[in-house]
Design a protein around this ligand. Sequence first.
Ligand code: AMP
Ligand code: MG
Length: 401
Amino acid sequence: MPLTTFRQALQQVIEVASGCVLPAEHIALESAGDRILAEDLCAPFAVPGFRHSAMDGYAIDNSAAAPEDASYRIVGQILAGDPPFRALQVGEAVAIATGAMLPDNASQVIPRESAGAAGDDRVVLAANPAAPSHIRGAEDDYRAGELALRAGNRLGFAALGVLASFGMSSVRVVRRPRVAVLVTGSELVPAGAPRQPGRIHDSNGASLRGLLRGEGIEVMPTAALADDIDTIRRQLAAACAGSDVVISTGGASAGVADFMPRLLAELGEVVFWKVAMRPGMPVLFGRVGRCLVFGLPGNPVAVVAGFLSLVRPVLRRMQGAAPPATEWARLAEATAKNHDRLEFRRAHVHVDEHGVQRACLHPALSSGVLRSVLESNALVVLDAERRQWQADELVAVLRYG
Ligand code: AMP
Ligand code: MG
């Protein structure tokens, strides 16, 4: 059977995830950082909402004729937060602070630095309608009802600031997916326990929980499951019943102790198994009821590649996020591959001294060498159809975080 191409696999997982967008929930703005907005949001009123001074200085009505000696009578002082002040008469100035509301007919603020002293209650001001007014308009930021943020936007710090300026203390965001991680493999020993000959410590659990934390999803550590079909069936069914997404590692290939493909077919439905990608070819995807299931192979680098290339886009799509723009880098050196699958190469992506984003490939090709992930910060995508790349060619990159 021909393998599913990576492009088909990505298209299929996104299509399935698009039908599984999670419901919205109302949460405090304080805890909404990095969450995905569930609705379009408009400014509830004009922001800032009133004309105010951009400088500490003196406000005047410069549409009236200036006094002959340019000396104005100071009729008061307005500080930021003060209530509205009366209209100004000819020859009057009012001392005003940055952020303070202007009298209705004030048309210019003359900065304190350009004002000349003229006794206790007078000031000399060179009124000049052509000079900057130092006035901020009532709608400088937003008009009332103007669209500010669209559903699907990630709430970064600037969005949080804008929503706070609208007076919002809570916001409707899409619920985060509930994710369960099932680590399988009879060879696995948890960190902290003694390691017998022939056995290894489980690293996939820790890697996955770290990758998920980068998406704002917390998953509690659980012990690895032995390669026993009944144990895995029971745990998989329970995980699917309580989660939106289950990610398993190990046991996804065709070995005698690899049970994930047949268990997914038995409990639910397989959408695809085996993708023309490297590492991570035996990746399995399907669903059990409403729960999406990724069966990642056990090799530690395949887990990282499968998560970044297929699982992460699904987690984001289930929250209604728009697909991110592809990030590109120039290869620091020529490279080649000897197969027709899409290959993810570990790389260190950085901006060089000319401001060009470059990808330096890590020499490790084995999907078992987790150290190479530690020594890199992104995966470079080498397309299935090609075999050779020149130095300086543009390649797509998937950042780890
Ligand atoms: P599998 O996909 O189950 O055939 O496993 C492929 C390789 O990944 C084997 O060498 C396993 O020992 C290794 N492996 C599987 N699970 C883990 C894990 N949780 N942590 C580290 N290595 C693992
Ligand atoms: Mg195994």
